[in-house]
Design a protein around this ligand. Structure first.
Ligand SMILES: *Cc1c(COP(=O)(O)O)cnc(C)c1O
Ligand code: SF4
Length: 452
Protein backbone atom coordinates (compact mmCIF):
# COMPACT_ATOMS: atom_id res chain seq x y z
CA UNK A 1 0.00 0.00 0.00
CA UNK A 2 1.13 3.48 -0.81
CA UNK A 3 2.18 5.84 1.90
CA UNK A 4 -0.44 8.40 0.97
CA UNK A 5 0.65 10.74 3.68
CA UNK A 6 3.81 11.51 1.77
CA UNK A 7 1.90 12.29 -1.37
CA UNK A 8 -0.91 14.28 0.13
CA UNK A 9 0.72 17.67 -0.35
CA UNK A 10 1.35 17.31 -4.05
CA UNK A 11 -1.98 15.63 -4.74
CA UNK A 12 -3.76 18.46 -2.98
CA UNK A 13 -2.37 20.95 -5.41
CA UNK A 14 -2.20 19.01 -8.65
CA UNK A 15 -4.20 21.65 -10.48
CA UNK A 16 -2.99 22.80 -13.83
CA UNK A 17 -1.86 26.25 -12.84
CA UNK A 18 0.46 27.21 -10.06
CA UNK A 19 -1.11 28.46 -6.86
CA UNK A 20 -1.14 32.16 -6.20
CA UNK A 21 1.49 33.23 -3.73
CA UNK A 22 0.70 33.14 -0.05
CA UNK A 23 0.27 36.48 1.66
CA UNK A 24 3.27 38.58 2.54
CA UNK A 25 3.12 37.49 6.14
CA UNK A 26 4.36 34.04 5.29
CA UNK A 27 7.48 35.24 3.53
CA UNK A 28 8.31 38.39 5.40
CA UNK A 29 6.91 38.34 8.88
CA UNK A 30 6.02 40.99 11.37
CA UNK A 31 9.49 42.11 12.29
CA UNK A 32 10.74 41.92 8.75
CA UNK A 33 11.84 38.42 9.66
CA UNK A 34 12.82 36.56 6.54
CA UNK A 35 11.56 33.00 6.53
CA UNK A 36 13.48 30.64 4.32
CA UNK A 37 10.92 29.99 1.58
CA UNK A 38 12.21 26.47 1.04
CA UNK A 39 11.50 25.59 4.64
CA UNK A 40 8.18 27.32 5.00
CA UNK A 41 5.29 24.85 5.37
CA UNK A 42 2.90 26.99 3.33
CA UNK A 43 4.97 26.53 0.23
CA UNK A 44 3.56 23.32 -1.08
CA UNK A 45 4.58 24.71 -4.46
CA UNK A 46 7.93 23.05 -4.03
CA UNK A 47 6.52 19.62 -4.61
CA UNK A 48 4.32 20.67 -7.49
CA UNK A 49 4.95 20.06 -11.13
CA UNK A 50 5.93 23.19 -13.04
CA UNK A 51 3.61 24.97 -15.39
CA UNK A 52 4.86 22.92 -18.31
CA UNK A 53 4.35 19.71 -16.32
CA UNK A 54 7.95 18.68 -16.34
CA UNK A 55 9.11 17.24 -13.03
CA UNK A 56 10.95 19.81 -11.02
CA UNK A 57 14.19 18.60 -9.54
CA UNK A 58 15.70 20.94 -7.03
CA UNK A 59 19.38 20.36 -6.42
CA UNK A 60 20.36 22.98 -3.91
CA UNK A 61 23.89 21.92 -3.21
CA UNK A 62 25.61 19.74 -5.76
CA UNK A 63 28.86 17.95 -4.96
CA UNK A 64 31.25 20.77 -5.69
CA UNK A 65 30.37 24.42 -5.20
CA UNK A 66 28.85 25.95 -8.27
CA UNK A 67 29.94 29.45 -7.33
CA UNK A 68 33.19 31.28 -7.68
CA UNK A 69 34.39 33.11 -4.60
CA UNK A 70 36.94 35.90 -4.66
CA UNK A 71 39.91 35.71 -2.32
CA UNK A 72 38.73 38.86 -0.64
CA UNK A 73 35.31 37.40 0.21
CA UNK A 74 36.84 34.07 1.26
CA UNK A 75 39.20 35.84 3.68
CA UNK A 76 36.31 37.91 5.01
CA UNK A 77 34.23 34.79 5.62
CA UNK A 78 37.02 33.10 7.53
CA UNK A 79 37.52 36.17 9.69
CA UNK A 80 33.95 37.23 10.44
CA UNK A 81 31.78 34.18 9.77
CA UNK A 82 34.17 31.39 10.79
CA UNK A 83 31.36 28.90 11.40
CA UNK A 84 30.00 29.28 7.86
CA UNK A 85 31.07 26.70 5.32
CA UNK A 86 31.79 27.73 1.75
CA UNK A 87 28.59 25.95 0.76
CA UNK A 88 26.56 28.01 3.23
CA UNK A 89 28.20 31.23 2.10
CA UNK A 90 27.24 30.40 -1.48
CA UNK A 91 23.64 29.69 -0.53
CA UNK A 92 21.54 32.82 -1.03
CA UNK A 93 19.20 31.84 1.80
CA UNK A 94 22.15 31.79 4.17
CA UNK A 95 23.20 35.22 2.88
CA UNK A 96 19.71 36.61 3.54
CA UNK A 97 19.34 34.97 6.95
CA UNK A 98 22.72 36.34 8.00
CA UNK A 99 22.33 39.83 6.57
CA UNK A 100 23.65 42.38 9.03
CA UNK A 101 20.93 44.50 10.56
CA UNK A 102 22.19 45.64 13.95
CA UNK A 103 24.83 48.03 15.20
CA UNK A 104 26.63 45.45 17.33
CA UNK A 105 27.33 43.06 14.48
CA UNK A 106 28.29 45.89 12.17
CA UNK A 107 30.60 47.39 14.80
CA UNK A 108 32.41 44.06 15.10
CA UNK A 109 33.22 44.21 11.42
CA UNK A 110 33.60 47.92 10.61
CA UNK A 111 35.40 50.62 12.48
CA UNK A 112 32.28 52.79 12.78
CA UNK A 113 32.65 56.57 12.64
CA UNK A 114 30.75 58.72 15.17
CA UNK A 115 28.47 59.83 12.31
CA UNK A 116 27.62 56.25 11.46
CA UNK A 117 27.17 55.27 15.10
CA UNK A 118 24.83 58.19 15.78
CA UNK A 119 22.77 57.44 12.67
CA UNK A 120 22.42 53.78 13.56
CA UNK A 121 21.43 54.61 17.12
CA UNK A 122 18.74 57.08 16.02
CA UNK A 123 17.35 55.18 13.01
CA UNK A 124 13.64 54.33 12.99
CA UNK A 125 11.07 53.23 10.45
CA UNK A 126 11.48 52.21 6.83
CA UNK A 127 14.78 51.83 4.98
CA UNK A 128 16.40 49.91 7.84
CA UNK A 129 20.03 48.86 7.95
CA UNK A 130 20.56 45.63 6.03
CA UNK A 131 23.68 44.38 4.25
CA UNK A 132 24.37 40.84 3.06
CA UNK A 133 27.62 39.31 4.36
CA UNK A 134 28.80 39.10 0.74
CA UNK A 135 28.26 42.81 0.05
CA UNK A 136 29.75 43.68 3.43
CA UNK A 137 32.93 41.93 2.32
CA UNK A 138 33.35 44.62 -0.36
CA UNK A 139 33.35 47.50 2.16
CA UNK A 140 36.47 49.17 3.47
CA UNK A 141 36.55 48.38 7.18
CA UNK A 142 38.35 51.56 8.26
CA UNK A 143 37.38 54.34 5.87
CA UNK A 144 33.82 55.70 6.27
CA UNK A 145 34.26 57.64 3.00
CA UNK A 146 34.70 54.42 1.02
CA UNK A 147 32.18 54.72 -1.85
CA UNK A 148 30.55 51.29 -1.52
CA UNK A 149 30.37 51.72 2.26
CA UNK A 150 28.69 55.13 1.94
CA UNK A 151 26.00 53.63 -0.26
CA UNK A 152 24.78 51.21 2.45
CA UNK A 153 25.86 52.45 5.90
CA UNK A 154 23.65 55.27 7.22
CA UNK A 155 25.07 58.60 8.41
CA UNK A 156 23.30 61.38 10.32
CA UNK A 157 22.98 63.46 7.13
CA UNK A 158 20.07 61.13 6.32
CA UNK A 159 18.01 62.90 8.95
CA UNK A 160 18.42 66.32 7.33
CA UNK A 161 15.41 66.94 5.16
CA UNK A 162 15.57 69.87 2.77
CA UNK A 163 12.36 71.76 1.87
CA UNK A 164 12.48 70.56 -1.75
CA UNK A 165 12.70 66.90 -0.70
CA UNK A 166 9.83 64.50 -0.09
CA UNK A 167 9.02 60.86 0.52
CA UNK A 168 7.47 60.37 -2.91
CA UNK A 169 9.00 63.00 -5.22
CA UNK A 170 8.04 61.06 -8.36
CA UNK A 171 4.39 61.09 -7.32
CA UNK A 172 4.21 57.32 -7.75
CA UNK A 173 1.32 57.06 -5.31
CA UNK A 174 -0.74 59.42 -7.52
CA UNK A 175 -0.15 57.48 -10.73
CA UNK A 176 -1.14 54.15 -9.16
CA UNK A 177 -4.48 52.90 -10.47
CA UNK A 178 -4.22 50.01 -7.98
CA UNK A 179 -1.74 49.71 -5.11
CA UNK A 180 1.71 48.55 -6.19
CA UNK A 181 1.23 49.41 -9.86
CA UNK A 182 2.44 52.64 -11.45
CA UNK A 183 0.96 53.44 -14.87
CA UNK A 184 2.73 56.61 -15.93
CA UNK A 185 3.59 55.97 -19.56
CA UNK A 186 1.06 54.97 -22.23
CA UNK A 187 2.22 51.44 -23.04
CA UNK A 188 4.01 50.13 -19.95
CA UNK A 189 3.63 49.73 -16.21
CA UNK A 190 5.85 49.46 -13.19
CA UNK A 191 4.74 46.59 -10.98
CA UNK A 192 6.09 46.76 -7.41
CA UNK A 193 5.91 43.14 -6.30
CA UNK A 194 7.73 43.26 -2.97
CA UNK A 195 9.10 45.84 -0.56
CA UNK A 196 11.95 43.61 0.55
CA UNK A 197 15.61 43.98 -0.45
CA UNK A 198 18.50 41.94 0.92
CA UNK A 199 20.59 45.11 1.18
CA UNK A 200 19.19 48.63 1.47
CA UNK A 201 20.75 51.53 -0.43
CA UNK A 202 20.77 54.72 1.62
CA UNK A 203 19.59 56.77 -1.39
CA UNK A 204 16.69 54.48 -2.32
CA UNK A 205 14.00 56.20 -4.41
CA UNK A 206 11.38 54.05 -2.70
CA UNK A 207 12.71 54.52 0.81
CA UNK A 208 9.17 55.49 1.83
CA UNK A 209 8.11 51.86 1.40
CA UNK A 210 11.05 49.44 1.32
CA UNK A 211 11.84 47.35 4.34
CA UNK A 212 8.65 48.49 6.01
CA UNK A 213 7.09 45.46 7.66
CA UNK A 214 3.67 47.14 7.62
CA UNK A 215 3.29 47.54 3.87
CA UNK A 216 1.92 44.74 1.76
CA UNK A 217 3.28 44.83 -1.79
CA UNK A 218 3.83 41.13 -1.52
CA UNK A 219 0.24 40.56 -0.58
CA UNK A 220 -1.57 38.03 -2.74
CA UNK A 221 -4.65 40.15 -3.14
CA UNK A 222 -2.56 43.11 -4.26
CA UNK A 223 -0.80 41.01 -6.90
CA UNK A 224 -4.15 39.77 -8.17
CA UNK A 225 -5.49 43.33 -8.41
CA UNK A 226 -2.46 44.50 -10.37
CA UNK A 227 -2.64 41.53 -12.74
CA UNK A 228 -6.35 42.14 -13.29
CA UNK A 229 -5.58 45.78 -14.18
CA UNK A 230 -2.92 44.71 -16.71
CA UNK A 231 -5.31 42.15 -18.18
CA UNK A 232 -8.02 44.78 -18.56
CA UNK A 233 -5.73 47.25 -20.37
CA UNK A 234 -4.60 46.00 -23.78
CA UNK A 235 -2.41 49.11 -24.27
CA UNK A 236 0.06 47.63 -21.78
CA UNK A 237 2.69 45.80 -23.80
CA UNK A 238 5.57 46.02 -21.32
CA UNK A 239 5.55 45.11 -17.61
CA UNK A 240 8.48 46.20 -15.50
CA UNK A 241 8.63 44.05 -12.36
CA UNK A 242 10.37 45.91 -9.57
CA UNK A 243 10.09 46.62 -5.85
CA UNK A 244 11.95 46.19 -3.49
CA UNK A 245 13.89 43.48 -5.21
CA UNK A 246 11.85 40.88 -7.12
CA UNK A 247 14.76 38.44 -7.26
CA UNK A 248 14.52 38.01 -3.48
CA UNK A 249 11.28 36.10 -4.10
CA UNK A 250 11.55 32.33 -4.28
CA UNK A 251 11.81 30.69 -7.71
CA UNK A 252 8.25 29.44 -7.30
CA UNK A 253 6.63 32.75 -6.49
CA UNK A 254 8.57 34.41 -9.27
CA UNK A 255 7.57 31.70 -11.71
CA UNK A 256 3.96 32.02 -10.66
CA UNK A 257 4.14 35.73 -11.46
CA UNK A 258 5.99 35.38 -14.76
CA UNK A 259 3.77 32.58 -16.03
CA UNK A 260 0.68 34.53 -15.00
CA UNK A 261 1.85 37.66 -16.87
CA UNK A 262 2.93 35.61 -19.89
CA UNK A 263 -0.60 34.32 -20.28
CA UNK A 264 -1.81 37.86 -21.01
CA UNK A 265 -1.70 38.07 -24.83
CA UNK A 266 -0.99 41.81 -25.10
CA UNK A 267 2.00 41.72 -22.74
CA UNK A 268 4.93 41.49 -25.15
CA UNK A 269 7.81 42.27 -22.89
CA UNK A 270 8.65 41.36 -19.32
CA UNK A 271 11.39 43.20 -17.47
CA UNK A 272 12.84 42.69 -14.02
CA UNK A 273 14.58 45.50 -12.13
CA UNK A 274 17.01 44.17 -9.51
CA UNK A 275 20.18 44.72 -7.53
CA UNK A 276 20.53 41.03 -6.68
CA UNK A 277 23.46 40.21 -9.03
CA UNK A 278 25.39 42.96 -7.18
CA UNK A 279 24.45 42.43 -3.53
CA UNK A 280 23.44 38.76 -3.60
CA UNK A 281 25.05 37.12 -6.66
CA UNK A 282 24.54 33.69 -5.06
CA UNK A 283 20.85 34.07 -5.94
CA UNK A 284 21.61 33.63 -9.66
CA UNK A 285 21.57 29.85 -9.59
CA UNK A 286 21.44 27.63 -12.67
CA UNK A 287 17.91 26.64 -11.56
CA UNK A 288 16.81 30.29 -11.55
CA UNK A 289 18.18 31.02 -15.02
CA UNK A 290 16.63 27.80 -16.38
CA UNK A 291 13.29 28.98 -15.07
CA UNK A 292 13.66 32.58 -16.29
CA UNK A 293 14.49 31.57 -19.85
CA UNK A 294 11.09 29.93 -20.19
CA UNK A 295 9.48 33.39 -20.11
CA UNK A 296 11.30 35.15 -22.92
CA UNK A 297 11.41 37.87 -24.08
CA UNK A 298 12.60 38.77 -20.59
CA UNK A 299 14.99 41.66 -19.98
CA UNK A 300 16.77 42.47 -16.74
CA UNK A 301 17.86 45.91 -15.52
CA UNK A 302 20.55 45.75 -12.89
CA UNK A 303 21.28 48.50 -10.39
CA UNK A 304 25.06 49.12 -10.29
CA UNK A 305 26.79 51.87 -8.35
CA UNK A 306 30.55 51.52 -8.41
CA UNK A 307 33.30 49.62 -10.31
CA UNK A 308 34.30 47.86 -7.07
CA UNK A 309 31.04 45.94 -7.34
CA UNK A 310 32.39 44.17 -10.42
CA UNK A 311 33.68 41.09 -8.61
CA UNK A 312 34.17 37.54 -9.89
CA UNK A 313 30.89 36.64 -8.12
CA UNK A 314 28.90 39.36 -9.90
CA UNK A 315 30.57 38.56 -13.22
CA UNK A 316 29.51 34.93 -12.85
CA UNK A 317 25.92 35.95 -12.02
CA UNK A 318 25.72 38.24 -15.07
CA UNK A 319 27.31 35.69 -17.35
CA UNK A 320 24.73 33.14 -16.26
CA UNK A 321 21.92 35.56 -17.08
CA UNK A 322 23.51 36.41 -20.43
CA UNK A 323 23.97 32.72 -21.24
CA UNK A 324 20.24 32.25 -20.59
CA UNK A 325 19.67 34.74 -23.41
CA UNK A 326 18.55 37.53 -21.10
CA UNK A 327 19.52 40.99 -22.39
CA UNK A 328 20.76 43.11 -19.49
CA UNK A 329 20.87 46.86 -18.96
CA UNK A 330 22.33 48.79 -16.06
CA UNK A 331 20.84 51.59 -13.98
CA UNK A 332 23.10 53.79 -11.91
CA UNK A 333 22.26 56.65 -9.60
CA UNK A 334 24.76 59.50 -9.77
CA UNK A 335 25.99 59.96 -6.19
CA UNK A 336 28.26 62.67 -4.76
CA UNK A 337 31.54 61.27 -3.53
CA UNK A 338 30.61 57.77 -4.68
CA UNK A 339 30.64 57.67 -8.47
CA UNK A 340 30.65 61.32 -9.59
CA UNK A 341 33.97 61.22 -11.45
CA UNK A 342 34.38 60.60 -15.18
CA UNK A 343 37.10 58.06 -14.49
CA UNK A 344 35.04 56.10 -11.93
CA UNK A 345 32.02 56.05 -14.20
CA UNK A 346 34.12 55.02 -17.19
CA UNK A 347 35.60 52.09 -15.26
CA UNK A 348 32.13 51.00 -14.22
CA UNK A 349 30.73 51.22 -17.76
CA UNK A 350 33.71 49.40 -19.27
CA UNK A 351 33.41 46.67 -16.64
CA UNK A 352 29.71 46.28 -17.42
CA UNK A 353 30.32 45.77 -21.13
CA UNK A 354 32.83 43.03 -20.27
CA UNK A 355 30.12 41.12 -18.43
CA UNK A 356 27.59 41.77 -21.21
CA UNK A 357 25.54 44.41 -19.42
CA UNK A 358 24.65 47.41 -21.59
CA UNK A 359 24.65 50.72 -19.67
CA UNK A 360 21.06 51.98 -19.80
CA UNK A 361 20.29 54.86 -17.46
CA UNK A 362 22.34 57.23 -15.32
CA UNK A 363 19.89 58.86 -12.90
CA UNK A 364 20.16 62.24 -11.31
CA UNK A 365 19.58 61.48 -7.59
CA UNK A 366 15.87 62.06 -6.86
CA UNK A 367 14.99 64.65 -4.20
CA UNK A 368 14.03 61.90 -1.77
CA UNK A 369 13.88 62.88 1.93
CA UNK A 370 17.35 62.93 3.48
CA UNK A 371 19.34 62.42 0.27
CA UNK A 372 20.96 65.87 0.06
CA UNK A 373 24.43 64.55 0.91
CA UNK A 374 24.24 62.30 -2.17
CA UNK A 375 22.99 64.85 -4.69
CA UNK A 376 25.31 66.39 -7.26
CA UNK A 377 24.60 69.45 -9.40
CA UNK A 378 23.08 68.51 -12.77
CA UNK A 379 26.25 69.90 -14.40
CA UNK A 380 28.12 66.95 -12.89
CA UNK A 381 26.02 64.46 -14.82
CA UNK A 382 26.44 66.43 -18.03
CA UNK A 383 30.20 66.57 -17.47
CA UNK A 384 30.28 62.78 -17.07
CA UNK A 385 28.32 62.18 -20.27
CA UNK A 386 30.55 64.64 -22.09
CA UNK A 387 33.59 62.81 -20.74
CA UNK A 388 32.31 59.53 -22.14
CA UNK A 389 30.71 60.33 -25.52
CA UNK A 390 33.28 60.06 -28.28
CA UNK A 391 36.03 59.23 -25.80
CA UNK A 392 34.94 55.62 -25.45
CA UNK A 393 32.70 52.91 -26.91
CA UNK A 394 29.24 54.22 -27.71
CA UNK A 395 27.69 51.18 -26.02
CA UNK A 396 29.35 52.27 -22.76
CA UNK A 397 27.31 55.48 -22.57
CA UNK A 398 24.10 55.48 -20.56
CA UNK A 399 21.32 58.01 -21.03
CA UNK A 400 21.46 60.62 -18.28
CA UNK A 401 17.95 61.30 -17.00
CA UNK A 402 16.09 63.29 -14.41
CA UNK A 403 12.95 61.56 -13.23
CA UNK A 404 10.74 64.65 -13.15
CA UNK A 405 9.40 65.47 -9.69
CA UNK A 406 5.63 65.23 -9.62
CA UNK A 407 5.44 62.30 -12.00
CA UNK A 408 6.55 63.72 -15.35
CA UNK A 409 8.62 60.66 -16.15
CA UNK A 410 12.25 60.39 -17.22
CA UNK A 411 13.63 63.39 -19.06
CA UNK A 412 16.95 62.89 -20.89
CA UNK A 413 19.71 65.47 -20.61
CA UNK A 414 22.57 65.93 -23.05
CA UNK A 415 25.53 68.27 -23.04
CA UNK A 416 25.03 71.01 -25.64
CA UNK A 417 26.36 69.86 -28.98
CA UNK A 418 24.45 72.42 -31.03
CA UNK A 419 26.38 75.70 -30.95
CA UNK A 420 23.81 77.54 -33.04
CA UNK A 421 22.97 78.53 -36.61
CA UNK A 422 25.02 80.55 -39.01
CA UNK A 423 22.83 81.54 -41.91
CA UNK A 424 21.39 78.22 -42.98
CA UNK A 425 24.21 76.20 -41.48
CA UNK A 426 23.89 74.35 -38.25
CA UNK A 427 27.00 74.86 -36.12
CA UNK A 428 27.89 71.77 -34.07
CA UNK A 429 30.53 70.95 -31.51
CA UNK A 430 32.20 67.53 -31.48
CA UNK A 431 33.53 65.60 -28.46
CA UNK A 432 36.93 67.31 -28.70
CA UNK A 433 35.33 70.76 -28.63
CA UNK A 434 35.94 71.52 -32.32
CA UNK A 435 33.14 73.16 -34.25
CA UNK A 436 31.70 71.81 -37.48
CA UNK A 437 29.11 73.14 -39.88
CA UNK A 438 26.27 71.07 -41.15
CA UNK A 439 24.58 72.45 -44.26
CA UNK A 440 21.05 72.27 -42.91
CA UNK A 441 19.52 73.98 -45.99
CA UNK A 442 19.77 70.67 -47.88
CA UNK A 443 17.16 69.28 -45.58
CA UNK A 444 14.63 72.06 -46.12
CA UNK A 445 15.12 72.01 -49.90
CA UNK A 446 14.56 68.23 -49.95
CA UNK A 447 11.49 68.51 -47.83
CA UNK A 448 9.45 70.29 -50.45
CA UNK A 449 11.38 73.26 -51.82
CA UNK A 450 11.91 71.48 -55.11
CA UNK A 451 8.30 70.47 -55.49
CA UNK A 452 7.05 73.93 -56.31
C1 LIG B 1 11.29 54.06 -15.40
C2 LIG B 1 9.89 53.74 -15.46
C3 LIG B 1 9.37 52.93 -16.49
C4 LIG B 1 10.23 52.36 -17.59
O1 LIG B 1 10.77 53.37 -18.39
P1 LIG B 1 11.67 53.00 -19.65
O2 LIG B 1 12.22 54.31 -20.12
O3 LIG B 1 10.79 52.33 -20.65
O4 LIG B 1 12.74 52.08 -19.17
C5 LIG B 1 8.02 52.68 -16.49
N1 LIG B 1 7.22 53.19 -15.55
C6 LIG B 1 7.68 53.97 -14.55
C7 LIG B 1 6.72 54.50 -13.56
C8 LIG B 1 9.04 54.27 -14.48
O5 LIG B 1 9.48 55.02 -13.47
S1 SF4 C 1 18.00 47.80 -4.37
FE1 SF4 C 1 16.63 49.35 -5.24
S2 SF4 C 1 14.70 49.14 -4.09
FE2 SF4 C 1 16.30 48.07 -2.91
S3 SF4 C 1 17.08 49.61 -1.48
FE3 SF4 C 1 18.41 49.71 -3.28
S4 SF4 C 1 17.50 51.32 -4.56
FE4 SF4 C 1 15.93 50.70 -3.04
Amino acid sequence: MKKTVLLSRSSESSTETLEPPPSSASLIGENDEYVDPLKHPSLSLLTQPQADNRPHIRVLHGGKPKFVQSERSAAFRTQFFPEATEMQWNDWHWQIRNRVRDVQTLANILDLSTEEQAALAAHRGSLPLSITPYYLSLLDRIDPQHPVRRSVVPVTAEFRIAPEESGDPLGEEHTSPVPGLVHRYPDRVLFLVTDFCSTYCRYCTRSRMVGDAKSHSCDRQQWEQAIAYIEAHPVIRDVLISGGDPLTLSDDRLEWLLSRLRRIPHVELLRIGTKVPVVLPQRITPALTRMLKRYHPLWVSIHFTHPEELTPETAQACNRLADAGIPMGSQTVLLAGVNDQVDTMKRLMHGLLKIRVRPYYLYQCDPISGSGHFRTPVEKGLEIIQGLRGHTTGYAIPTYVIDAPGGGGKIPLLPEYVVGRDGQDLVLRNYEGNTYRYPAYHQSSCQGGNLS
